[in-house]
Design a protein around this ligand. Structure first.
Ligand code: NAP
Length: 280
């Protein structure tokens, strides 16, 4: 019953992803014979790519930029996470058709747990209000944190807070209150692309000196491995984590959805680290 099947990444462009390295390493480590292929799918070809996932030899798929928010309309059903977040990063073939799921929130909470930060009752500041922020804010709300969102475009922060208010305690923080919120936070999460290779690289989403006094800082960026925000927080003696653990743990959660068994997380982490090194 271990027929080799294939999993796919639907992206545009797909060349920079480390998901193929992580999943192929996991398949090899478990002797499964499955393959993982990254497909370059322009938006106009997404419906056709989704139809092709209905073949019986398909294990499942990941979805990333720019398709995460448009793909739900093409699927047969959505999990509560995918519906609440408004985006799909994992597609699972089921007897009821193609199911869209979102493992980013689960990956984020698992990464937080690795860092040793408990979300329940934590005062958190989320910088950004894009796709990654939606998963992080939903995860924090559902896990019982107090969430304060700050974004360059205030209207987008307000829309996100509004959309997530049914799931927990969430509010917008404007620039005048941000420094105080950050200093007293148990957790600050950067979900903006500021600091990422190619996007305001070498910059920080927070002015120098704005750091939690006793809390942790998670930066979802993993290229580079240490952003300016993380370096400042580490040098100030704080607990820090980059985006790699979340990336690996959302991939491990996708693996588990497709195969119904736990992923070899350490194998996937080592493959991700090697792939990132190779792409520097
Ligand atoms: P997105 O939907 O395009 O959102 C980008 C966010 O960054 C928005 O809040 C945007 O603010 C803000 N932003 C961009 N440039 C800015 C600047 N110069 N100054 C201030 N704010 C700026 O992107 P996304 O999908 O959420 O991804 C965001 C980051 O998270 C990326 O670095 C991505 O690699 C990372 N990520 C990591 C993981 C992981 O597993 N580690 C998962 C998902 C995403 P406006 O709304 O004002 O434009």
């Amino acid at each position: 019953m271990n027929r080799p099947r294939a999993a796919y990444l639907l992206a545009f462009p797909s060349g920079h992803s480390i998901s193929p390295a992580m999943h192929e390493a996991a398949f090899v480590a478990l002797g499964l014979g499955h393959r993982y292929h990254a497909l370059n799918v322009p938006p106009s070809e997404l419906p056709e790519a989704i139809e092709a996932l209905r073949r019986p030899d398909v294990l499942g798929a990941n979805v990333t930029i720019p398709h995460k928010e448009t793909v739900p309309a093409l699927l047969d059903r959505l999990t509560p996470a995918a519906r609440a977040i408004g985006a799909v990063n994992t597609i699972v073939p089921t007897l009821q058709g193609l199911e869209g799921d979102n493992t980013d929130a689960e990956g984020f909470l698992a990464a937080m747990a690795e860092l040793g930060v408990a979300p329940e009752g934590a005062s958190s500041v989320v910088l950004g209000a894009g796709g990654a922020a939606r998963a992080v804010v939903w995860a924090l709300c559902c896990a019982g944190a107090d969430v304060h969102i700050h974004n360059r475009s205030a209207a987008r922060a307000a829309a996100l807070a509004d959309a997530m208010s049914e799931h927990g305690r969430v509010q917008v923080v404007d620039k005048s209150e941000l420094e105080d919120r950050v200093r007293s936070a148990d957790l600050v999460v950067n979900t903006t692309s500021v600091g990422m290779v190619g996007t305001a690289e070498g910059s920080s989403p927070l002015p120098e000196g704005w750091l939690p006094q006793h809390g942790a800082v998670i930066d979802l960026v993993y290229r580079p491995a240490e952003t300016l925000l993380l370096r400042r927080a580490r040098e100030a003696g704080g607990l820090v984590q980059n985006g790699l653990p979340m990336l690996v743990l959302q991939g491990a959660a996708s693996f588990q959805r497709w195969l119904g068994r736990p992923a070899p997380v350490d194998v996937m982490r080592a493959a991700a680290v090697a792939a990132l090194r190779g792409s520097d």
